[in-house]
Design a protein around this ligand. Structure first.
Ligand SMILES: Cc1ncc(COP(=O)(O)O)c(C=O)c1O
Length: 377
């Protein structure tokens, strides 16, 4: 049997990793500023993470949600504390798409409505409900009907004022668009969504799958704006540092009913052990603060370097948009300088490294970028 060929891949085979470093099958070392697409939050193979998962693997690997799983309570407790949402509830699932899928269902169960407002260039995942609110026709199959979705221009306050009406079920938005090219949701935009949702009874869903879990220099990126809260928050990626886990953080106004949501694998013992280890490391090593500091260091130095059209982002979620297509630049960084980066669209280099990146490691990238940008400019 062959693999179903859906991924364009780089001809590199990583076999080992530590911190922000990867090694391929030929022993070649790479600096990882892509983090396997924003997934590696506390660093590859962190000793505490490895120990916690190993211990759990030796005790109990899996049992379904039909029994008590105290690890879930421990995770919810720690997540509530570190994220600043101690009185919210947590529903555990396995991925970002599933988190958004369940958030949309919860919103619809809550107010009985169907219409959803989403935004241009949004990416919310590939399951039916999530892909319907994703602004990319090429990944939407005919079966994923979209007639209930209105796409408004991102960061457009006037459009929000006009289109969030009494028949809207939910508004779903990324705090910082990732696939859309690291576009930061403005304070006025998010406050307008909050105000309109309050007026109309629509549910405000903040997709924090990519921009959450400390990446922006706050636990969630909207927390850069004081006293602004959505009704539902979705998370995944950095939550398990590579172990598949996602979650919906649910404000107290929602009432749980047996059977309304469910999953076989969501919240399993291994996933919880991984996610607890991530939170413990984040706390112990002040990784949110580090993401803010090293992110600022990168942003300042890239700004001084110049040569780009626009520099965007917060913390360790950075987009550098150039006037030229960046495939060549990305390939040079990867194959000549041995540095993994991401891209968004044709013109933007995307940085999504581990939150434990140091300034010395950032310097390696800055030096390589300066050299290549000089050549390409
Ligand atoms: C903002 C956002 N939401 C949702 C998803 C989907 O997450 P997953 O691939 O874990 O389903 C992604 C993935 O890139 C994302 O960036």
């Amino acid at each position: 049997m062959n693999l179903f060929n859906v991924y364009p891949i780089n001809d590199i085979e990583p076999v080992r990793a530590q911190g922000v470093w990867l090694w391929d099958n030929h022993g070649q070392q790479y600096l990882d500023l892509y983090g396997g697409h924003a997934v590696i939050s506390v660093g590859h193979c962190h000793p505490h993470y490895v120990q916690k998962l190993t211990q759990q693997l030796q005790k109990l690997n899996f049992y379904s949600n039909s029994v008590r799983i105290p690890l879930q309570d421990e995770l919810a407790q720690q997540l509530g504390e570190l994220s600043g949402y101690p009185d919210w509830a947590l529903f555990l699932c396995n991925s970002g798409a599933e988190a958004n899928e369940n958030a949309l269902k919860l919103a619809s169960f809550h107010n009985g409505r169907r219409k959803v407002v989403a935004f241009t260039k949004a990416f919310h995942g590939r399951t039916a409900g999530a892909v319907a609110v994703t602004d990319n026709p090429s990944i939407v199959a005919p079966v994923n009907a979209k007639d209930h979705v209105t796409f408004l221009p991102f960061n457009d306050v006037a459009a929000v004022e006009q289109h969030i009406t009494d028949d809207v079920c939910a508004v779903i938005v990324e705090g910082i668009q990732g696939v859309g090219g690291i576009q930061v949701a403005s304070e006025a935009f998010l406050r307008a969504i909050r105000r309109k949702c309050d007026q109309t009874g629509a549910v405000f869903i903040l997709d924090s799958v990519q921009c959450g879990y400390g990446r922006s220099g706050q636990f969630f990126s909207h927390q850069h704006y004081a006293d602004l809260h959505p009704d539902l928050l979705t998370t995944a990626k950095g939550m398990g540092n590579g172990f598949p886990i996602g979650g919906v953080l649910i404000s107290p106004q929602f009432t749980a009913k047996h059977g309304m949501l469910g999953t076989t694998f969501g919240g399993n013992h291994l996933a919880c052990a991984a996610a607890i280890a991530v939170l413990e490391i984040m706390k112990q090593e002040n990784l949110i603060e580090n993401a803010a500091q090293v992110g600022n260091y990168l942003l300042q130095n890239i700004a001084e370097m110049g040569g780009y059209r626009e520099l965007r982002g917060r913390g360790l979620m950075i987009g550098i948009e150039y006037d030229f297509a960046v495939d060549n630049l990305r390939n040079k960084l990867l194959f000549e300088h041995k540095i993994f980066t991401g891209v968004a669209g044709k013109n933007t280099i995307r940085l999504l490294p581990s939150l434990a990146l140091t300034t010395a490691e950032a310097d390696i990238f800055l030096e390589a970028l300066a050299k290549e940008v000089q050549v390409l400019a």
